[in-house]
Design a protein around this ligand. Structure first.
Ligand SMILES: Cc1cc2nc3c(=O)[nH]c(=O)nc-3n(C[C@H](O)[C@H](O)[C@H](O)COP(=O)(O)OP(=O)(O)OC[C@H]3O[C@@H](n4cnc5c(N)ncnc54)[C@H](O)[C@@H]3O)c2cc1C
Length: 435
């Protein structure tokens, strides 16, 4: 065991992964909520298990492909994605750009012709912003009928203020053949980064943080960090508990971490506060009818529907609700400064689900569980591009290693967050070994 003290703040996936990989050093993990897990917490209510919207595991990295079945043997079922788009009163398979068959013929025509035109257009440098990238990549038809309305609804801002540096892996770009196949109703299977996923057979996604936390001896929940003193090297909790450290790993959102950091230049604190994220109001429902839908999830690009995505957990785990019922998760993105009226949003969601035929006459809501996720999706903008690395580097000069989706302020999946926690742990382990 090391004589150096490692403290980890934030007990989400990145924090517990850092603790897992440093277990021999006996780190202490502080988590402000009553349970660890962060965005990967699960909630059980009236026989239903809900995650924070859908949390499905896509493994691409050889390390996590080995690690996860090792710490959770025989826990998961594998699934082939069933995702769709609901627009113009029609359901088409995901991704929209390669599956336009079934939409009104004039829409299909605009999508195909726009795509061909975009292939012939000169490039004249890289895309200026996300809006420009959409038009260049998909053409005017796909942009008009899905990409722009969906993303404007989702990001709640002008897409010209969003950069295009995050889209290449997350949004599938079809070939001409795939666009034509999709227009004719010939199936394009397996497109995008998540055509397959795994999910626990029983219980929710919180088995993942729970398993990673198992070897960590000192995990303290209901402990909210009040401030970090990087000069005297200790963290203080709002409870009054103080803990000294030699190395600190922070998976707190960067704006939060910088607000807590004593003796820090105002310019850096300000830069961290201007990092921008979108929040998600997550409404989970239990419904008194089985097999309410056959999809895993559905995207809603049209503005008349309040939600951008609705998913059906019982289609990835039968055990997510009692027999004879269905469960749903609803995602409504909003600006973090907008206080949502939860009652109104729930009523509007239910009425929108009736309008599009997902809820039927006679369906009753058995239970509802609502979570407002303040930090949900990092916004990629010029400010992030200019300041992010400076902020992370500054922390490192103070022996603080930033980890996780909001610690690194990136579009991280669960796998990425686990790897990010490991990376921070490896950096600390290297320092301990040489100091
Ligand atoms: C809506 C949504 C859907 C998603 N779906 C998927 C999916 O299907 N598949 C996938 O792979 N990934 C998905 N993700 C991404 C995944 O949730 C994240 O990558 C991962 O959970 C982030 O873990 P983290 O530890 O970095 O952050 P978090 O989970 O946010 O952990 C940070 C922790 O810090 C704690 N904290 C904050 N302030 C303090 C304080 N003052 N003191 C102490 N503790 C504090 C928080 O309570 C939290 O527990 C989704 C994300 C969102 C938002």
């Amino acid at each position: 065991m090391s004589s150096k003290k490692v403290v980890i703040i934030g007990g989400g996936l990145a924090g517990v992964s850092a603790g897992f990989h440093l277990a021999e050093c006996d780190p202490t993990v502080f988590e402000k909520e009553a349970a660890i897990g962060g965005l990967c917490r699960s909630f059980t209510q009236d026989g239903f298990t809900f995650d924070c919207t859908g949390h499905l595991i896509h493994l691409r990295n050889p390390y996590t492909k080995e690690l996860i079945p090792r710490i959770l043997p025989d826990v998961f079922d594998a699934h082939e994605r069933r995702a769709a788009i609901y627009s113009k009163s029609t359901i088409t398979p995901y991704p929209f750009q390669a599956n336009t068959y079934g939409l009104p013929p004039e829409v299909v025509k605009e999508c195909v012709i726009g795509f061909v035109d975009s292939m012939q257009a000169g490039t004249n440098g890289g895309p200026k912003n996300f809006h420009d990238w959409v038009l260049r990549t998909f053409g005017t038809g796909i942009a008009k009928h899905f990409m722009l309305p969906y993303n404007e609804k989702f990001w709640k801002q002008d897409l010209r203020t969003i950069t295009a540096d995050w889209v290449s892996w997350s949004i599938p770009k079809p070939s001409l053949e795939e666009v034509v196949n999709g227009a004719l109703g010939l199936t394009n299977k397996g497109m995008g980064y998540n055509p397959k996923f795994i999910y626990p057979k029983q219980g929710g996604i919180d088995c993942l943080p729970q398993a990673l936390a198992r070897p960590i001896r000192d995990v303290r929940t209901s402990q909210s960090v009040e401030y970090i003193d990087p000069r005297k090297k200790y963290v203080r909790m709002t409870s009054g508990v103080e803990e000294p450290y030699d190395y600190l790993i922070s998976s707190l959102p960067l704006p939060v971490a910088f607000r807590m950091l004593k003796d820090t230049p105002d310019t850096l604190v300000d830069a961290a506060q201007k990092l921008h994220a979108i929040s998600v109001l997550n409404i989970n429902l239990g419904i008194n009818r089985p097999n309410i839908h056959d999809q895993h999830w559905i995207y809603f690009p049209e503005h008349q529907y309040i939600f951008s995505r609705v998913g059906f957990p019982m289609n990835f785990s039968k055990a997510a609700g009692p027999e004879g019922t269905s469960s749903m998760y609803i995602e409504i993105t909003h600006s973090p400064v907008e206080k949502m009226n939860v009652e109104e949003a729930t009523e509007k969601s239910i009425s929108d689900l009736q309008t599009c035929g997902i809820l039927q006459h006679g369906d009753a809501v058995l239970t509802r569980h609502i979570i407002d996720l303040k930090y949900a999706y990092v916004v990629f903008d010029d400010h992030r591009q200019t300041h992010l690395q400076n902020l992370i580097d500054y922390l490192e000069t103070r022996d603080i290693y930033a980890a996780g989706r909001y610690g690194q302020w990136d579009y991280y999946s669960m796998e990425d967050s686990i790897l990010s926690g490991k990376k921070a742990a490896d950096a600390v382990a290297a320092r301990i070994n040489i100091s």
